[in-house]
Design a protein around this ligand. Sequence first.
Ligand SMILES: [Zn+2]
Ligand SMILES: [Zn+2]
Length: 431
Amino acid sequence: MNLATLMACATCHLALTDGTEGDSTGYRHPVTDDRHEVVPVDAGQLRHVFNRCHTCTGAPPVWNYRTALIQIVALAGGTAQTYNNQWHVCYRCAQLIEADDSDALTAHCAALMHWPPTSDEYTILRTLHRGIVLGREGRTLLTTTDWPPARITAEMLPKIRDRFTRLLRGPANLPASINDRGERTTLANQLDLVPMYWINQEFTDLVNEVTGDQPPATVTDDIASSPAGLIAWPEPVGSARHLAAVSWTPHADGWHVTGYRSVGSALDDDLMPALRHEIGWLVPIHAEYIARRTKLDGRHPLGPLITAWLLIKQQMAETVPAKLPKGTIKAYQRSRRPAPEVRIVRIKPRSNTPLERSSSAGLRTRANPDHRFWVSGHERQQPYGPGRSLRRPVDIEPFLKGDEDLPIKLSTTVRVLGSRSTDKKRNTDHG
Ligand SMILES: [Zn+2]
Ligand SMILES: [Zn+2]
């Protein structure tokens, strides 16, 4: 289930609010526009989309507040203006709403629009804001806002995980498909205990290079790095470069897998501590139940997870425990929680001299190629039993073939990947 798709009107390019139950047309303009019907399309198809706070228009929206449908009748003209029953609100405006301070909300918004307190617009705005503040019926985290990404380090992972589990246990709603209270609590309890993996930059680059071409892999307990986990990259991966982290937790005959985008320092400095406290770093953008033995290729929205698992499985990478800040470890001790487990995943250091092998590049054959490429997975009948007379199916997963120092040749790119030291050595050797 994709949670990140923003819908916008193809005519006016305004981001739209969701459909309401009983409303067959579904999407609405922020304010009903009599001049044209809404034409909902995926915002990704439009060039410039206006996705701003409905109250101040000054910042990207964070929360969706629900109210009854608000209509305001102007006394002078007697005309009624229909507004909305959903309000995409930025973090600053939401702080004022949560403080029940509709006057401050109006003052903040009117100042941005240069509307003096004596104007008719100010009066309408004040009425509208009272309607939202007094009539609000809960709020939902927006998962469609395209935040600048955060830079994630291994040391941050316990805190990042804990902020998200607190959000799961907190009162704010998540999108309907992942909002079941029981499931939210179960997920939070599971995430509390998962090992966390931080992929280093070199391995992240490798995943980005090869994930688009990764052949279908059968998802089994065998390729998952652990029964449950949270994996994070220093910067987002995947074709859209939106995926900052993925968690997987056992569920029925498979896993609940959730992909997240990260929230970078997107707000004014004075708001960031509150945002980090309340929401944290991760916003779910993809949630899916993946049954055992599902086949997934690298183009799936969660493909980078599968690619990372495959490369770890074929022992291209090694994991080493991350050294966590003392403060983090002490905080866990104080709350009587087991120490958080963070592992750094990195490409194994080169073992032998790459130059000797590269120098014979002219003699490469299919068995001895001059580049690296994916080999498809398949099922093999493995002999076993008395006299090896019986056969049982064994999954041979896709793997990246070729010496580790060779360039990766994919359908679109050829690039040499190497650690700094190896690159330097190679350059020096070439003189
Ligand atoms: Zn429109
Ligand atoms: Zn605002």
